[in-house]
Design a protein around this ligand. Structure first.
Ligand code: NAP
Length: 163
């Protein structure tokens, strides 16, 4: 049974897709269209909480109806979901929901959330794409891959923080 004290220790999971060069986006969109990869994201977040930056939410919000979204913004107008002005407030609100906490980008929000993350579920897109939005650099010696699934166009990995 999940208890309240367990809820306060819910793991924080960064989830996303990037090229080998850490490209995650171009402008407000993604440089690739890989439905199988996007489906792994949708499957992961179903029934869970998803924290997203305001810019990404404006693009991906319509796809998040199976999850509880929380948007990080310094002052977005009413988006129909909770909006908070810091990653810490987003995480506090997410913990109160008692389900898995995913942080789904974009670049600015990954950067803010990385120090709080226990897990990263990352798809590495095999083809190279240009873009102007990047996943933050992380110290690979502090993370280990606990799952790796090969797909035609991407490799899905689950990374767990070890230090
Ligand atoms: N490949 C993937 O898996 C993936 C996933 C998601 C997104 N993306 C891509 O990422 C790109 C968008 O990323 P982005 O970095 O431009 O935008 P973002 O991280 O989605 O959102 C940025 C917004 O978050 C708010 N924000 C940022 N820092 C804040 C802080 N310290 N306190 C309060 N609010 C803060 C601001 O909203 P306000 O301006 O409203 O104040 C800011 O404009 C797009 O290209 C998208 O396609 C890729």
């Amino acid at each position: 049974m999940t208890t309240r004290s367990d809820d306060t220790n819910l793991p924080v999971i960064l989830v996303g897709a990037m090229t080998k060069d850490r490209v995650i986006g171009t402008g407000n969109g993604m440089p690739w269209d890989i439905p199988e990869e996007y489906q792994t994201f949708i499957d992961n977040i179903r029934g869970q909480t998803v924290i997203m930056g305001r810019r990404s939410y404006e693009v991906f919000g319509p796809d998040l109806t199976s999850a509880q979204a929380i948007v990080v913004s310094r002052g977005a107008p009413d988006l129909g979901v909770p909006v908070v002005d810091s990653i810490e407030k987003a995480l506090e609100m997410a913990r109160s929901y008692g389900v898995k906490i995913f942080v789904a980008g974009g670049s600015q929000i990954y950067e803010l959330a990385l120090p709080h993350a226990n897990w990263m579920y990352l798809s590495e897109i095999k083809e190279d794409f240009d873009g102007d939005k990047y996943f933050p650099e992380f110290n690979r010696s502090q993370w280990e891959v606990t799952r790796e699934d090969e797909h035609a166009q991407f490799i899905y990995r689950e990374w767990q923080r070890t230090a």
